[in-house]
Write a protein that binds this ligand. Structure first.
Ligand code: GUN
Ligand code: ZN
Length: 437
């Protein structure tokens, strides 16, 4: 057993569905007690320490703010090396930069080296769970899950399925994508803290036959996820209309194949029509809102207000390498700016909710992670409120928790994450090197 003493904040519910005072708990001086990788208890320091066995060690963080680990609901690990690629919007960007980079993941050793670097970046930024695209190569997912297993991380990933409209060197076939995905599901889904996502890249790079086989995989393996892109870019939407002349709209191409549902996550969803919004809601499908990517690739401004009105679960996604940062703090800042451009407000409570419990809900993982309810997995981070001189100075002028959270979201990045814990184990220590335990 181990106790951690700092300011502590976590969410109990969505700020849009309950009164804002009821959606979170905050302890200015709190203690989080962890044993066997799980949360035991949480509360004001005075009370928890009075009840705690004196033999339990207490780690103290005078400038710390403890919160649940961040959940990134959409990211591509093979794109780590091409983050910040200049000048193109989605379709040209894929051809110019993405496909040539992803080609390299046919090499297992190469994939292993990038998986390692990628996970270091996630943990450095306080992200403990992510929904992750591999490449088209089966071995890319083996390399990724092996690296996650070594660190005991809760992760979801899958092999990309793509059988048309890309260079031969990143294409599979309907049959091989089905067989490879099936073998990966058998090997990895439910092994330790790992889960599998059936991952057709997006409608333009899959034939209707491949999408049907993706649906068949979901039917044959209840509990596996569906992860894809949806209605990100205006040219992409027009292209889908041309490629699927018999479908009513973009979402219909997925719906016809049985790809919608509680464990389905659609990245972007910027250019949706009314029918698509309703159908996502009806099927309890989820959306990954990826603001830094949407700005960087010039894709558009996500309508978060509409998603809230439709009661669709939304999480935040960095979408690296279309996105420009691994940091969910930076992503919150970009989300705030996107909503400003729409004339809407993203409150600090909603931003941190989306990055923690909201993301866990969008991934149907909220019974396991996302907040500090007793028995949940002890995935948490220690934010350093004094991480930069400017942050320290600015925070002296904060009057309450909401302002504190807002400033951390707007000014924060990987420097703000002092420590990251996964399953109760220290997996990133900013001041003593990565992976130090
Ligand atoms: N749509 C299809 N593939 C991709 C990708 O790799 N990144 C993004 N942002 N959108 C996509
Ligand atoms: Zn993406």
């Amino acid at each position: 057993m181990q106790a951690y003493r700092a300011s502590i904040v976590h969410f109990l519910d969505d700020p849009d569905s309950v009164a804002s005072d009821d959606c979170y708990q905050y302890f200015a001086d709190g203690v989080l007690v962890v044993a066997d990788g799980k949360v035991v208890s949480l509360g004001p320091a005075e009370q928890v320490l009075a009840e705690l066995d004196a033999a339990v060690p207490v780690k103290e963080y005078p400038d710390g703010l403890i919160m649940p680990g961040f959940v990134d609901t959409h990211i591509h690990y093979p794109q780590t090396e091409m983050i910040a690629a200049y000048g193109e919007q989605l379709l040209q960007w894929l051809e110019t930069y993405t496909f040539p980079v992803e080609k390299q993941f046919s090499d297992l050793e190469y994939a292993r080296s990038i998986a390692d670097r990628f996970l270091n970046e996630l943990l450095r930024n306080g992200t403990t769970t992510a929904l992750v695209f591999g490449s088209v190569h089966k071995q890319s997912v083996d390399a990724f899950f092996e690296a996650c297993e070594q660190r005991n991380l809760r992760m979801i990933a899958g092999k990309v399925m793509m059988d048309r409209n890309a260079p031969d060197y990143v294409l599979d076939t309907p049959e091989s994508s089905y067989a490879d995905s099936k073998a990966l599901i058998k090997k990895w889904h439910g092994r330790g803290r790992l889960r599998y996502a059936v991952t057709p890249r997006f409608a333009p790079t899959s034939t209707p036959q491949q999408l049907l086989l993706a649906g068949q995989l979901l039917k044959e393996h209840p509990g596996v996820y569906l992860h894809t892109h949806m209605s990100e870019n205006a040219d992409e939407v027009v292209w889908v209309e041309e490629l699927f002349p018999h479908s009513d709209h973009y979402l219909h191409t997925y719906d016809e194949a049985g790809l919608l549902g509680r464990r389905s996550v659609f990245a972007h969803c910027i250019h949706l029509n009314d029918e698509e919004w309703s159908r996502l809601a009806q099927t309890q499908s989820n959306i990954a809102f990826c603001p830094s990517s949407n700005l960087f690739l010039g894709s558009g401004l996500f309508n978060l207000k509409r998603a809230v009105a439709e009661d669709i679960a939304v999480g935040l996604g960095t979408d690296v390498g279309g996105g420009t940062s691994f940091s969910l703090l930076r992503t919150m800042a970009e989300a705030y700016k996107v909503q400003q451009l729409r004339g809407e407000k993203l409150t600090p409570l909603k931003a941190f909710y989306l990055a923690t419990l909201g993301g866990a809900r969008a991934l149907d993982l909220d019974s396991l992670i996302g907040n500090f309810a007793p028995d949940k997995e002890a995935d948490f981070i220690v934010i350093d409120k004094a991480s930069t001189e400017l942050m320290q100075f600015r925070l002296q002028h904060c009057k309450d928790l909401l302002e504190l959270l807002f400033v951390i979201a707007i000014l924060g990045d990987d420097r703000s994450v002092k420590e990251t814990y996964s399953g109760g184990a220290l997996v990133h220590d900013r001041d003593h090197g990565l992976g130090c335990t």
